[in-house]
Design a protein around this ligand. Structure first.
Ligand code: HEC
Ligand code: HEC
Length: 290
């Protein structure tokens, strides 16, 4: 088919010369705006490739005239942020817990940081926001085994509880009354019955009355005459309805026979002093701080 370029009568444009069954193809040029945008893009790409890291090579890449590097930018930002934090961390390091708590800027920073530290290190055992789990105490209520003042909480976190890798850890041991044959089965059942009356779970009975005497002799030294607990030994209150383990007759008998002894790691080797202060203030602020 011969190609013959001619003008289209209706649009006034050239045709390509292709024709099928009397239909001719117009040779419409690209719109100007499109063409110039296209050229601008090419120019932009060339300039960009020259200025910024672009063309890969075998042993590296072309770094660009500006030597821009996202890694360097990030480093700069991280250094700037660290410098900003260093200032406030320094102030927390040289202030007492009460001073940090009294200063709105430091305390806000400490509690926010303490929240993150808690989520990363403590929530596995103590639950989100210190809500507790079976065998691990709630930290958001005002019942404390060892004490709820800022300094108490700080000491507990720093040195742990029964954490044998720390010589100044909080230490106490409930005797193994059953396993070491200090009390026989009957006596254990009686004293457990008495504990349940202290907690107002059962009304007094003959067994609990016998248990009362055993309690005064064997248990009151740590748990208090009325079972109110004693923080010096981390001995829980037996009357408040809050159980580290459980309040069933079986669980109490088990605890008297062969006690569980909760272990809380010492954090002084894992967290620095500023971090321990921050997480102490966070825990203190969960609801039960004294
Ligand atoms: C491996 C589990 C575990 C982890 C992790 C842990 N704890 Fe504990 N924590 C315990 C146990 C168990 C006790 C109770 C010890 C006892 O029976 O006296 C405890 C007790 C405490 C107490 C004393 C509560 C009271 O009533 O006096 C505080 C405060 C505390 N933990 C804070 C923390 C903080 C803060 C962290 C994180 C830095 C943390 N714990 C991480 C297991 C853990
Ligand atoms: C030397 C101190 C000491 C003596 C004596 C002692 N306890 Fe304890 N008792 C503790 C401590 C400390 C705990 C907490 C254990 C832990 O934190 O894991 C505890 C825990 C308990 C619990 C668990 C409470 C809970 O919240 O789950 C019960 C129940 C209990 N004791 C009953 C008794 C009875 C009954 C006697 C006497 C026959 C007794 N204890 C004698 C120190 C003592």
């Amino acid at each position: 088919m011969p190609t013959k370029i001619e003008k289209d009568a209706v649009s006034g444009q050239d045709t390509t010369g292709h024709e099928w069954d009397g239909i001719k193809e117009l040779n419409t040029p690209l719109p100007r705006w499109w063409l110039y945008t296209f050229y601008a893009c090419i120019l932009f790409a060339v300039v960009w490739s020259a200025l910024y890291p672009s063309i890969p090579g075998i042993h590296g890449y072309f770094h660009g005239i500006l030597h821009y590097s996202q890694r360097q930018e990030l480093d700069k930002e991280v250094r700037a942020a660290a410098a900003e934090h260093a200032d406030i961390r320094q102030r927390i390091a040289s202030s007492s817990l009460d001073q940090v708590a009294a200063d709105p800027e430091m305390s806000e920073y400490a509690v926010a940081g303490g929240k993150a530290i808690f989520a990363n290190n403590c929530a596995v055992c103590h639950g989100a926001a210190g809500s507790g789990r079976p065998n691990f105490p709630v930290l958001a209520d005002d019942k404390w085994l060892w004490g709820g003042k800022r300094a108490d909480i700080y000491q507990t976190i720093q040195h742990g509880i029964r954490s044998l890798d720390d010589p100044t850890t909080r230490m106490s041991q409930m005797p193994r009354f059953g396993a070491d044959k200090i009390l026989n089965e009957q006596q254990i059942a009686d004293v457990a019955a008495h504990v349940r009356t202290l907690a107002r779970l059962d009304p007094p009975s003959d067994a609990s009355k016998r248990g009362n005497a055993i309690f005064s002799e064997q248990c009151a030294v740590c748990h208090g005459q009325n079972g109110q607990g004693n923080r010096q030994f981390g001995a829980p209150s037996l009357t408040d309805g809050i159980w580290l383990y459980a309040g069933t007759k079986d669980a109490i008998e088990q605890q008297v026979t062969l006690p569980k002894q909760g272990v809380m790691p010492a954090w002084s080797k894992r967290l620095d002093d500023v971090e321990i202060k921050m997480v102490s203030l966070y825990v203190h602020g969960l609801g039960g701080g004294e």
